[in-house]
Write a new protein. Structure first.
Length: 359
């Protein structure tokens, strides 16, 4: 495969982690989007990687900031970033915007949450977020919230009554219901009651690595059977040792395809395109950050002082090319690889974002 296919990262970051502000933010529990560094290197690396579009995380995820107000502020910050870099970035509201980004050689920026706490007790806020351009809403982070239990909540209680009304509101406004980080019952219940297909934008397969952040075959199968999408991440949870490799990423993709079918699996790396240059310095601060997450109750089983939150041999501007090479080596056809690298997410987005009249 000489020409890269459309590459859509179902969960990633636009940031230069080597910039002083971003390096400092990485050590914090809840960094602000204002601390990210979308600079010339960030943009050049994103273009060089072949990236077409990426679902970024903005708004409240954890910490002491007021969730709703902070989330509105973060949306405004990203609107400014996109506006200031209009030659390179395009805010995505529809799949037509993703196709346009590819045609115009820009990077599509999809606004997404990794925690729905900002909805508060008012499902009317879903309409506000939709109007502001949010397109993906993950129900929970690792801990429980008032919507449902996250993957690290020991009770595994599933959705709350209010959580069911949140799923209904997200359906009504055609926003993706992302079940990454959710507990097993929360995932199964949300996938079961949603009128539109749902997604797990960044996860692994628990059948291969039995850790809470990974999804069971039952979860994967249900999401896919209802027309949904599953993105495999480039994260340490793909191997119980905490030291995942590119080979692990391939194995989890292969397993997900076996369970879900080739039309429902893609990638959600949960990382940047720009590599960290000084890994020794990064490792020196990692233990402190992991301890901070553990103390706050937001860490996940499998996070340790020595587990890097990325795959060492699948990072940087060549990460997508390398994954394509490995999938080709595994015997995957160009058509299947095109689906995994972006086509399946685009088709899923069409099923969720498009009004019924145009579908």
């Amino acid at each position: 495969m000489t020409d890269l296919p459309m590459i859509i990262n179902a969960l990633g970051q636009l940031d230069n982690p080597n910039a002083p502000g971003s390096a400092e933010a990485a050590s914090q529990l809840n960094p602000s989007s204002e601390q990210l560094t979308v600079d010339a290197r960030t943009l050049a690396d994103a273009h060089a990687s072949g990236l077409t579009a990426v679902n970024i995380t903005l708004g409240y995820t954890m910490g002491d900031l007021p969730p709703y107000e902070h989330t509105l502020h973060e949306i405004a910050v990203w609107d400014g970033i996109v506006r200031d870099n209009a030659a390179d970035l395009l805010k995505v509201r529809t799949t037509a915007d993703i196709r346009r980004a590819r045609e115009e050689r820009r990077i599509g920026v999809i606004y997404g949450f990794q925690n729905a706490v900002a909805i508060g007790e008012d499902t009317g806020r879903v309409a506000t977020f939709a109007d502001l351009g949010v397109r993906v809403v993950q129900l929970t982070y690792n801990q429980a919230n008032h919507i449902g239990d996250g993957s690290m909540a020991p009770e595994n209680r599933g959705l709350t009554d209010f959580g069911r009304s949140v799923v209904e509101a997200l359906d009504e406004h055609r926003l993706m219901v992302d079940l990454s980080h959710s507990g097993e019952r929360t995932c199964l219940e949300a996938a079961g009651i949603a009128r539109r297909p749902v997604s797990i934008n960044h996860t692994g397969c628990r059948a291969l690595a039995d850790l809470p952040r990974n999804k069971t075959d039952e979860e994967l199968r249900l999401v896919a059977s209802r027309g949904g999408f599953v993105g495999i991440y480039f994260m340490p949870f793909l191997n119980v040792s905490g030291h995942a490799t590119a080979a692990d990423v391939v194995e989890h993709i292969v397993h997900a395809v076996d369970v879900c079918g080739e039309d429902h699996v893609g990638i959600g790396t949960d990382g940047t395109v720009t590599s960290i240059d000084d890994l020794d310095a990064y490792r020196a601060h990692l233990a402190e950050h992991v301890a901070l997450r553990r103390q706050a109750g937001v860490g996940a089983a499998g996070e340790r002082d020595d587990t890097l939150p990325f795959v060492l041999d699948l990072r940087g501007v060549d990460q997508f090319r390398e994954l394509i090479r490995l999938l080709e080596q595994r015997g995957y056809t160009s058509e299947r690889i095109e689906k995994i690298m972006g086509g399946n997410f685009l088709d899923y987005a069409d099923r969720v974002w498009a009004p019924e009249a145009s579908r």
